[in-house]
Each structure stands twice: as C-alpha cells, then as structure tokens.
Design a protein around this ligand. Structure first.
Ligand code: BMA
Length: 378
C-alpha cells in the first residue's frame, strides 16, 4: 500500500509528464541511438509496449538454428519487436556464449533483427574475475578487485576490451554501429551475482557501472549504447530502488527483472506485487527524464492459459513500460530434464491467449514495430 501511495504522489507531482527532455545519457550518442531512444518514448505515449524474447531466432522447443524459425513466429505469424541476446563468456574470448550460442551466429541474428527494424537488448552474465567461476559466484570482494587499484583491474579491462570488440562489430552494411540497449550487471539488488547486493557496497557497484560506461564510451568510442539500470523487484521505496543508481549521465532506462512463481504464485499475487513497483519505477524514471521497461519477466512453462492478456499485457500497459522481455525457450526447469521456456510454441497451452494479445495490438510485434521506424528521426 505504501508503495502505491508513493507512486501515486510522485505521479501527481510530475503531473504524469516527463520533467526533462528525453536526451540520451551519452551526449555523443549516434543519431540512430538518439532516434531509438526517442521513439521508445513514443511507444509509451501511444499506450503501447513492445514484446521481447531472449534468443528468439537461435532456437526454440524442438529446434535449433533453422533459418527464419522462431517459436513466436510459429504461433503468431510475426517475430518479436525486441530481441534479447546474452554475451556471457565473450570476456573469455570464447567462440560461443554460456548457453552455447556461437557469437558469430549471434552477430548475424542481431544484424537480421536490426534490418527488420526491431529493437535489440543485450545482457552480460560476466564470469567472476576474482575466482574464474561463473557470474553466479557471489564472492565478496570481487567488485573491489576489478576497480582501479584492485588486483584484477588489468584482467577486467581485458574483459571489457573483448566486450567492446563484440559491441563494436555490430554494424550495418554502411559501417554504422547498430544501436543496442545494454543492461550490464543486472539484478543488482539480488544476492546471486558477484556484482549483487551483499557482495559489494553501493559505492563499489556505482564505481563498477560508471567505469564500464566510461570505458566503452571514452576508450572504445562506442556511442551506440542505451544503458539500463536493472535491479530486481525487491524494493519498496524510491530510495531502495535508487540505492545503487550510478547516475543520470550513465543510465537511459530504469527497469527491473521479476518473474511469476511457476508453482507457488497466483496471477493475482504477482500483479499485486508488480503493479505498484512498476508504477513507482515509472514515476522515478519520469523524475529523472528516463524511460521505464520490464527488462526480464515471464512465467516458466506458462501453466496459466490466459497469462498473456491477464498478466503480461495488463502489467506493461497499465504501468507505462516501453517493453517487456520474456526469457529464452531453452535450458532446464529446476535441473530436471524438463525443457524451460517462457514464450509459447505451437500446441502450448497459452498459445490461443498469446494470439489474442497479438491481435489486440497493444503489445507490439515486429511488423508494427517496423512501421514505427525506430531508428529514424521523427
Ligand atoms: C538463466 C538460465 C540459464 C542461462 C542464463 C544466461 O536464467 O536461462 O540457463 O545460462 O540465464 O542466459
């Protein structure tokens, strides 16, 4: 309830309006990046939101690397309006990411999505530079070890060099960098990643984030990036949400990651914990002149037949999110042999409702996003 009143009062305070101009945090952002940002604000102004899916073009239920295939397309006849990709293991110079998607293929998929006018977002489950274990190794002291003066400073700069090389290789045929919505160090209020709360101080987190942005911008001359601040939903006040906020000059999008519990949570419960938080986040974003989005969400194996219209679309539209990205159709449920998925495939029990959401038109897929010309100045 407290969150709800806070959200409402912030909303009233701002008169429901953006207080500041919708400028990219990077003053030298490329024209296409600026256009993407401003057009995403228009999506929200038109009371729409974009549907996103992680790894959509790479694989799905029962298939892998089949040209043109996508579970979302098999169900609706159209592709998502936003594609999510994951760079974990790029820092190790591997040829494939931590989910075995070859970076070469990923680059092609990214170019394909861009050519078709979709938005693109990238996450990075970066290896723990202190222990050499996975991103999920939340060893305390990791963040301080990579900051200036820390023993892994050089090693981590090498990680950033490889990350930058990949981001820099994303170009259109005219040699211009493809705009990317980049969300490093995600779920930072959770305790499971080495950059998470519990493993570093707020000041260390901010320093890590700021250093990364500056490195990519200043050292690597990358001006095709919109940066996402991406906590989990375990906050109750604006102060909690912003505790580790690295600053308006390095962030473009305020977001959160949160999933509906597969077995133990009703839709009503999920909505009641999400709606006030998303509204609060939206009002914080407005005060800071930023865009708000649901960076990651979903319900694993979608056991609720009307989940799309009754939960997903409802949340995005009611809380003014620019987009919502559901996670990949791959991996395993709770380390069992059951395949994990977050978007429906033909025959899946939420298929009809997904089509219904598609037809209604509030949630945008590839063709409608294409008509928005995200990368063109209006
Ligand atoms: C997680 C799961 C893992 C995967 C990781 C990074 O949520 O899907 O299987 O390795 O994301 O993509």
């Amino acid at each position: 309830m407290k969150i709800f009143f806070l959200a409402v009062s912030l909303w009233l305070f701002t008169g429901g309006k953006q207080l500041f101009a919708q400028q990219c945090s990077d003053p030298a952002a490329s024209p296409r990046t600026v256009s993407l940002y401003q057009n995403l604000f228009k999506v929200v102004a038109n009371k729409k939101a974009i549907f996103g899916h992680q790894d959509d073009l790479a694989y799905g239920i029962g298939w892998k690397y089949e040209k043109g295939r996508s579970d979302v397309k098999s169900v609706t006849g159209d592709y998502p309006g936003l594609y999510g990709w994951e760079l974990g293991h790029i820092e190790l110079d591997s040829s494939a990411n931590l989910d075995q998607v070859p970076f070469k293929k990923m680059r092609q998929f990214i170019r394909q999505g861009y050519r078709n006018g979709a938005a693109l977002t990238i996450s990075w489950h970066c290896t723990n530079p202190l222990t050499g274990k996975s991103a999920w190794d939340a060893a305390p002291g990791t963040v301080s070890s990579v900051l200036q003066g820390g023993k892994n400073f050089q090693l981590f700069n090498g990680y950033l060099d490889r990350l930058a090389a990949f981001l820099s290789s994303l170009k259109d045929p005219a040699g211009r960098h493809i705009p990317i919505i980049f969300r490093p160090y995600h779920e930072l209020l959770g305790g499971w990643f080495w950059w998470g709360k519990g493993s570093c101080s707020a000041e260390e987190f901010k320093a890590l984030y700021r250093y990364t942005v500056k490195y990519l911008r200043v050292e690597k001359h990358l001006h095709n990036l919109l940066f996402v601040y991406n906590p989990t939903g375990n906050f109750s006040t604006a102060e909690d949400y912003l505790e580790r906020y690295p600053g308006d000059d390095v962030v473009d999008i305020m977001s959160l990651d949160e999933y509906q519990g597969r077995k133990d949570e009703t839709a009503q419960h999920f909505i009641s914990r999400m709606e006030p938080r998303l509204l609060l986040m939206d009002s914080i974003a407005k005060v800071h002149g930023k865009l708000a989005a649901l960076a990651e969400t979903g319900m694993e194996t979608i056991p609720v037949a009307n989940w799309w219209t009754s939960v997903f679309a409802r949340l995005l539209i009611n809380t003014h999110m620019a987009y919502g990205l559901v996670w990949r159709n791959g991996g395993k449920v709770d380390n069992t042999s059951q395949e994990a998925y977050f978007a429906p495939y033909p025959g899946q029990q939420s298929e009809a409702d997904f089509k219904e959401m598609f037809k209604k038109g509030d949630i945008l897929f590839a063709k409608s996003v294409q008509q928005l010309h995200l990368y063109k100045k209006k």
